[in-house]
Ligand binder design. Sequence first.
Ligand SMILES: [Zn+2]
Length: 461
Amino acid sequence: MIAATASLWPPQYDPDYRPHSDEKYWDRARETMPADERDAVVLAKVQAAMRWAWERAPFYEQRWRAAGLEPGDIRSLADFERVPTIQKSELRADQAEHPPFGSYLCVEPHEIVRIHGTSGTSGRPTAFAWAAQDLAAIREAHAHIMWSMGIRPHDVVIVCSVFSLYVGSWGALAGTERLGAAAFPFGAGVPGQTLQAISWIRQMRPTAFYGTPSYALRLAETARREGVDPASLGLRIMFFSGEPGAGIPSTKRLIETTFNAICIDSGSMGEVTPWMNIAECGERTGMHLWQDFVYTELCDPQTWQRVPFGSRGTPVYTQLERTTQPMIRLVSGDYAEWTDAPCPCGRTYPRFPLGIIGRIDDMLVIRGENVYPSAIEEVLRSFDELGTEFEIVVSRRQQMDELDVRVEIAPSASREGLAERLVAELKRKIGVRVGVELCDADALARTDLKSRRVHDRRSTA
Ligand SMILES: [Zn+2]
């Protein structure tokens, strides 16, 4: 007995099940199912999750009634496009009105076993409640997905990100434990910890790493300063979330060559945990959408209808195995393209072949052109002469938007003609003129979590 049956909701899993290490899939039937069969499974789970929420959450009952809908009206995935979407700001407002978990809490408060939340950098923080059922579902989903990355029970997984309200670290830990690998929850964020990480990695020889791409590059820099080649650390698989870097081709290449490991991109949103619901497999052909855990629709941001494969749009997520605060059509602030073209791994989940292209919130409009910071990163990381960090500064000079990048040059690199070549390549790839300032190695600020590399000074100028 492996897979949950669609008629049984919330899904139950055998906690003792684990495939043999030689198996390619955690659950072959589920992962390689033809698209139409999977759609039937997804529909049954959507219907069950909607009934669950309708009976327990005034938030959903009121919204759906106002839209003239009830769960019984959803007879196909096409019908599901009529369900109103949710913006994160609506979750914040509902929690302010119905503290502390909002009127979309679908369990009794005493059933909550874990509380996480947003950092609150963009307003009132939002609290996430997990019941025991949710923790089991998160563990299960992440074990499936980390198995697809190539992680096996004989691996040692070092988690180099902060253990706080941030769900990233905890999700990686939960998947590692369920999969049967050895978890090494090292953390991050304490002064001196990066140096300690190098020595612990040399001592414990972890084979897999989880963190943010910026942190991995910082780790490499620290290792080299200690005279240690990062490629000698013995890491085989490095998986990331929290920043777009691992999906940016030149950053991916840089991490892979630096550590002699494969670099895997994953991660949707904290609210959507199991956030690895979008994640690359070991083939690294873009992020698979694990549709029977979290149903991802790529939608037109005006109509919230799904766009055809091959097109771009905004991901809209529906949790199919979460009971506490199930998210049903939650809009992300991201932008992606999707495809149903086959992946060499044999999994039939559709993919975001380019990962998350950008956050709609991050998009800069410079002299009428849309510029994503990730496109700038793609150019900068393709220059071997540059160091680890960079900053993007937007300002207004004489009524004109100006875009400048401050880049560190690698310790042994020559400055000769470098700025001119960077300006030319940025212009060619991005379409706008970008000023370049070369800084010494280590001149720019570092962070242990998500780097804030964009400084938009137009509003404060
Ligand atoms: Zn694949």
